[in-house]
Design a protein around this ligand. Structure first.
Ligand code: PMP
Length: 408
């Protein structure tokens, strides 16, 4: 059987709803940071399933643990206890210095949970009128209606009518933030490093000011670390880089190594806010997803976290060199560790660079994507090798040359 037939008959039209404009390759397998399509072409994957496939592709230990778990005990729901879930809740809360965790299946769901916790905290304090939310311009929190309400991009929200009440404040506008929190919302939600919004790192000063303003106004502080968390910056939580501690933090993507898994971690009164009947998920924290997340923690504990630090440093040095070598198209490098972006002077150059990387004149194609504001975004898997990094940088160099804009 050829790879093409293994994926199903190609003459039957794809009936998937048109929410995505999909790229051409039909991937059939992968190993490490590399994907292989049905024609046998190899692609260097610097996007890792939008930051989810942290352990890369075809990870033997991940595959074995999921297979063993599936053979021993598959889905039992949250009506019953199981060992992987209890082990993971202990390890993840300890790692994040949080008191409790709720498991779900996607970043959007993790954020929905966080928004519900915040409202419930206000209800328990006797302030049920505190129902609105404050979020940041450039922030992205998901596509479900609650998470969408606090997502800044108007074109994402506008077609869907009335959503939860949210106010948006520009990052780094501390006075604006204090004014918005003065209106006594339920919570402030922010990404310490905005991913979709353009790989934009918030400053330590702003993050700490946000913490202080939340304390002063009784606002629950939610950090959305769906994209920047789970070790990607070199720290398990990006908030730790800036010494900013939220009341609630959400994880997904890299935390599950490509298996649908998400976690909403909370401390203090936020950890105890939800009681039986308040919230639920059929699949959340299932045995297979918990094994995936435990594998990620095990790998991080046995050298992978240090490797991400080194790899992130090397990637930053390489991207800084490319930014200096190509001042025509590239405005600046942004990001930290393995969440990196090249902000382009002309916004359409980001998409042109992604296309050039995928269709190189020589060498292997490379997968990257864009982020808002004309940013070429890289979210490589944590298992990138030194050779992979060298290939990535040389293909990026060629792609920037092909833009033919080397005069600023
Ligand atoms: N929050 C952030 C910061 C994200 O980057 C994303 C996904 N790009 C989400 C939430 C939503 O996650 P999901 O697509 O898993 O629902």
């Amino acid at each position: 059987m050829s790879d093409a037939t293994a994926t199903g008959p190609t003459e039957v039209p794809d009936r998937t709803m048109g929410t995505y404009v999909r790229a051409e390759p039909l991937f059939v397998r992968g190993a490490g940071a590399w994907l292989v399509d049905d024609a046998g072409e190899r692609y260097l994957d610097l996007i890792s399933g939008i930051g989810a496939s942290s352990l890369g592709h075809g990870h033997a230990r991940l595959g074995a643990r999921i297979a063993e778990q599936a053979a021993a005990l598959g889905h039992v729901s949250n009506l019953y206890r199981h060992a992987p879930g209890e082990e993971l809740s202990r390890r993840l809360t300890e790692r994040c210095r949080m008191d409790a965790v709720f498991f779900s299946n996607s970043g959007s769901e993790a954020n929905e949970t966080a928004l519900k916790i915040a409202r419930k905290v206000q209800v328990l304090r006797g302030q049920p009128e505190r129902q609105s939310f404050v979020a940041l311009t450039g922030g992205f929190h998901g596509r479900t209606t609650g998470a969408l309400a606090v997502t800044a991009k108007e074109s994402y929200r506008e077609p869907f009518g009335a959503l939860l009440d949210a106010t948006f404040v520009d990052p780094e506008n501390t006075a604006g933030l204090c004014a918005a929190l003065g209106a006594e919302p339920a919570a402030l939600i922010l990404e310490p490093i905005q991913g979709e919004g353009g790989v934009r790192e918030l400053s330590t000063g702003f993050l700490q000011a946000a913490r202080a303003a939340c304390d002063a106004t009784g606002t629950v502080l939610i950090h959305d670390e769906v994209q920047c968390g789970s070790g990607r910056t070199g720290h398990f939580l990006a908030g730790d880089v800036y010494r900013a501690r939220p009341d609630v933090v959400t994880l997904a993507k890299a935390a599950g190594a490509g298996v649908p898994f998400a976690a909403t971690l909370a401390r203090g009164e936020a950890a105890d806010a939800l009681v039986p009947g308040d919230h639920g998920s059929t699949y959340g924290g299932g045995t297979l997803a918990c094994q995936a997340a435990l594998t990620v923690l095990d790998e991080l504990d046995t050298g992978l976290q240090e490797r991400v630090v080194d790899l992130g440093d090397a990637l930053e040095v390489g991207l800084d060199a490319l930014a200096s070598a190509h001042p025509g198209p590239v405005l600046q490098r942004r990001g930290r560790g393995l969440i990196q972006g090249l902000a382009m002077r002309r916004h359409d150059d980001a998409a042109r660079a992604v296309h050039a990387l995928a269709h190189p004149a020589a060498g292997p194609p490379v997968l990257a994507c864009t982020a808002s504001g004309g940013v070429l975004r890289l979210l490589p898997p944590y298992v990138l090798t030194d050779e992979d990094l060298a290939v990535a940088l040389s293909q990026l160099d060629a792609a920037l040359v092909s833009l033919n804009r080397d005069q600023p």
